[in-house]
Design a protein around this ligand. Sequence first.
Ligand SMILES: [Mg+2]
Length: 270
Amino acid sequence: MKLFFYAALAFFSHSAMYGFSHVKQSAASSIVETPHFNDLRLYVDADTLILLDIDDTLLIPEQTLGSDVWFQYQYQLNEDKADPLDATLAQWEAIRHLSRMKTVEKDTAAVVSDLQNEKYCIMGLTTQGLALATRTVQQLLENGIDLIKTAPSQEDIYLMNERGVLYRHGILFTSGTPKGPALEKLLKATDLHPKKIVFINDKKSHLLDVAKSAQKLNIEFIGLRYSCSDERVAHFSPEIADVQFQYSTFSHLLSDEEAQNLLEQLHESS
Ligand SMILES: [Mg+2]
């Protein structure tokens, strides 16, 4: 397990300007690499707020089409469009409404449920937009994950963070805006003051972003850089994704196996 310390455990400042000294201590902050969702358990204790990323951490689509890595690929294909981000988001959201999702690991839902039974405060934190909020809640429920059980608030909360962001059913949907500032606004709105935040996310950039906010609020932070999806992401097949995009219908998204078979037939007939 690799350990990255990017902030000092504590720092002390000393001032003699007015003839007295004071000691200022900042909260500890670290990022740990882990391939197991269950490792969350090692880092939580009383007064911990547990933050769970969704895509590639809790859930993945059953097929390549609609995955996070596909989004990045499709964005490049859309680069000649007037608004590539809007075009890709519209395609992604349509596919995600049609997709069946599964958990990244077999025990993902059980780990969340166990931590909720132990009364840890848990919520989701995703850059997904508002259009996907209700569908994502439903897909999590279908996979046995109900993030409202021990969430900071049972109510929907709408906030502004560059764009409108929505907290719904225990998940903060930041609409593509940075996760840290959106979380700061939610903590303020819910009057929540955790002593520690543990955040699991496959993207280190999002951990760093929330670490910055935690430091600002003097909250201890542990970021778990979740590597379980790395191999699948590294083996992303543009050919499979293209076949799925072209030949899927509203009633049936091609599985990776079906797309592979079709790809071979297309190669044979060409
Ligand atoms: Mg993710």
